[in-house]
Design a protein around this ligand. Structure first.
Ligand code: SIN
Length: 296
């Protein structure tokens, strides 16, 4: 970003049109920076290798992709996730019977909270955090319940060179404190609070682009810094990441799917629809140990 706040550098270079056309499906960008709606594909059917390659490319190019009017059984939802890797089992959240990798996402008039209300990257407290998440919403209110997505490439690429140099090589502690979080779904507290140390700036294994990898939901502190400095740097980064220039906003309709790349995207769900019901399932695909910008 220049001193006038204009997007420049790699974010600008990657924005706009795709390098090559898509042959099998349509890809309509939601913003120049992040998000695209995919058309002309039926995820209830097994994908051909060529379709899988185009979906993978669309995810890499847009960081989060959306599908409308999909009618998937749980087995098909599960199978779509498995195309991209093994499924991740959430350390605490309830899952669908017989589908340990399928997390319930549900809020209604009796809910004390909704999932994902603050900015986060899913389960970044895991030593091997997820590649991506595929959320299939079956029931949603007529209005509200949108999800916001923010590009952590754009957040990184718009920092000053001085700040990039400062952050490179730093690591941060991520902790998942799930005590009581799923009590309203009848889940008894498990004796688990997963934690991991990850690079503050990670390199995406597919695109090679650098992105910020700290988030308000899970990151506790930057390792090796005095506490007030760590808090100050994280506060600055969280404010910076929340710039709407780096975001897209998805308005759900029943039978829509969002597939986001947790390695370079943070998201935040809006619980503005109480007492209405919003419900679906998410499969989460296992990723890899994050590689830091100073390790490549
Ligand atoms: C989540 O996976 O964090 C929930 C996202 C949503 O409900 O939109």
């Amino acid at each position: 970003m220049d001193t006038a706040g204009r997007l420049q550098g790699p974010t600008y270079k990657h924005a706009g049109t795709n390098a090559a056309p898509y042959e099998l499906m349509t890809v309509r960008k939601l913003t120049p920076v992040i998000g695209a709606e995919i058309g002309n594909i039926d995820l209830s059917q097994p994908l051909t290798d060529a379709q899988f390659a185009e979906v993978s490319r669309a995810l890499a190019e847009n960081q989060v992709i959306f599908f409308r009017d999909q009618h998937l059984t749980m087995d098909r939802h599960d199978a779509f996730g498995r195309l991209f890797g093994e499924l991740h089992e959430h350390p605490a959240a309830p899952s669908a019977p017989g589908h340990p990798g399928m997390m319930l996402i549900h809020a209604d008039k009796d809910s004390p909270r909704a999932d994902g209300e603050g900015w986060h990257s899913d389960v970044s407290c895991d030593p091997v955090p997820p590649l991506g998440s595929i959320l299939y919403i079956r029931t949603c209110p007529d209005l509200g319940g949108d999800t916001l997505f923010a590009s952590m490439y754009a957040a990184y690429e718009t920092l000053s060179d001085r700040m990039k140099t400062y952050l490179e090589g730093l690591t941060a502690l991520h902790v998942g404190d799930y005590r009581g979080v799923y009590a309203h779904h009848g889940v008894k507290d498990k004796d688990t609070s997963p934690s991991a140390v990850h690079p503050v700036v990670r390199v995406h294994p597919m695109t090679g682009r650098k992105c910020l990898y700290v988030n308000k939901g899970f990151t506790r502190r930057i390792v090796g810094l005095p506490r007030d400095e760590s808090e100050g740097v994280l506060r600055f980064l969280y404010d910076h990441m929340a710039n709407p220039l780096f975001q897209c906003r998805f308005q759900w309709r029943e039978n829509s799917i969002a597939f986001w790349d947790n390695r370079c995207v943070q998201h935040r769900a809006m619980w503005d629809y109480w007492p209405n019901t919003r419900s679906g399932y998410r499969v989460t695909v296992r990723g890899e140990v994050p590689i830091g910008a100073s390790q490549v």
